[in-house]
Write a protein that binds this ligand. Structure first.
Ligand code: C5P
Length: 401
């Protein structure tokens, strides 16, 4: 796992109903090896208690400028001094307006004004408050001031309405904060990648697909974003949550995936083919549902799909190209043969039966310098190691050019 060596953040909680998600966020940040120090506004204390946040974070919670626990009565300065960032979640419309104008009439707003570290805010409010020109102006101004805006998401709201303004889920915020704090080995590097299965239509309702869940690909997208890359993700149908910060092009078939990759390949520094692309598609998918006939067998003619990875690697000026190989036996031999045949710089090999659909993975990395095995671990952690290895190879290949 990329070690962000236990960075500390202030988590500022303001008074919105999404404050209940801040409790979960403390846990998720802790899991990402981030120490959390909570500061709450008075309004936030109406939604969730400091005692809850204290128990979850394991650190004292501050709500008051004049808190006697800070020896020199300078809580508004001291609390942010050794912190890597201040994260406001949820951030109400009112609190964002205060930030824009530099108001400092309580501990949290004063802390934000007196900070010497980055500020990230996760807005949460009713959709009309979010859409109001005043809020939109404020969000734009905060971004111009260098504040990182996380979300909001769209969906059901506590007020019963549906629309933009929901706070991002705790896991998404924690991922974004961890990514923000992680070392940036791929800063500004453009990564194009494929993930998930493809779906090859047979008729209007049926199709051929496979068991790829998209977990590994999405974890790699998140890890690459965490390493500072600009990620374009061409994704087959999956139920994975979209990685915050990626440009996602959803596709169904291998042909659509190929088109999307062709459109983006020229602008990529690195291509990572994680998708489980169907090797064959139905020659002529029927427009309408095929009717059952009891007596005759149904014959489908399958034709081969283009090899997207091999096409990218064969371009005159290809990006640094990474492929995956899922094999059921002779893993190293078959994967290396694939690496040479498709002319890719790195192959990530795994046993198909152990990886597809699972939460964990155990992979081998094969490149010109040899083979290295990574320990079995959750896909999110494996993804970080794979991305770290890709970054090392990419930078040394660039130096040699
Ligand atoms: O040949 P095989 O399907 O095992 O190769 C796997 C690798 O090639 C993966 O990186 C996969 O994303 C890529 N691939 C592709 N287009 C295909 C088939 C595989 O990009 N049609």
């Amino acid at each position: 796992m990329t070690d962000i060596s236990r960075k500390k953040v202030v988590l500022g909680v303001t008074g919105g109903v999404a404050a209940y998600k801040a409790a979960e966020l403390v846990r998720r940040l802790g899991e990402a090896n981030i120490e959390v120090h909570v500061v709450m506004t008075q309004a936030a204390c109406g939604f969730i208690t400091p005692a809850t946040m204290q128990a979850l974070s394991g650190n004292p919670v501050y709500t008051d400028m004049w808190d006697a626990r800070i020896a020199n009565s300078m809580a508004h300065i001291e609390l942010s001094r050794d912190k890597a960032a201040i994260v406001i979640a949820p951030a109400t419309a009112d609190f964002m307006a205060k930030l824009v104008h530099g108001l400092a009439d309580d501990l949290l707003s004063t802390l934000c004004l007196a900070r010497d570290c980055p500020l990230l805010v996760a807005p949460a409010m009713n959709r009309q408050m979010w859409e109001h020109p005043a809020t939109q102006r404020n969000v734009k101004k905060l971004a111009e001031d260098g504040v990182t805006i996380l979300g909001p998401a769209s969906g059901d709201q506590a007020c019963g309405e549906i629309g933009q303004g929901r706070m991002l889920e705790a896991q998404d915020i924690a991922d974004a904060v961890a990514a923000f704090l992680a070392p940036k080995s791929l800063s500004g590097v453009r990564v194009l990648m494929t993930a998930g299965p493809t779906f090859e239509a047979i008729d209007a309702v049926r199709g051929i697909t496979n068991r790829s869940s998209g977990k590994m690909g999405y974890a790699i997208a998140r890890a690459a974003i965490g390493a500072g890359a600009k990620v374009t993700l061409v994704s087959g149908p999956t139920s994975q949550q979209l990685p915050v910060g990626a440009t996602v092009t959803p596709v169904q078939s291998a042909a659509e995936m190929f088109d999307a990759v062709k459109r983006n390949a020229k602008n990529a520094d690195i291509f990572i083919g994680v998708a489980a692309v169907a090797d064959y598609r139905v020659d002529k998918p029927r427009e309408h549902k095929i009717k059952k006939t009891e007596k005759t067998a149904l014959t489908l003619k399958l034709v081969p799909n283009p090899d997207i990875l091999a096409w990218v690697a064969a371009q005159p000026k290809p990006p640094f190209t990474v492929g995956f190989a899922a094999e059921s036996q002779h893993l190293e031999t078959y994967a290396d043969e694939k690496r040479r045949r498709k002319k890719v710089q790195l192959i990530v090999a795994n046993l198909a039966q152990a990886a597809i659909g699972a939460d964990d993975n155990e992979v081998m990395l094969l490149d010109d310098s040899g083979t290295r095995k990574l320990m079995r671990a959750p896909k999110e952690m494996v993804a970080k190691d794979i991305v770290a290895h890709i970054a090392t190879l990419y930078h040394s290949a660039k130096k040699r050019r």
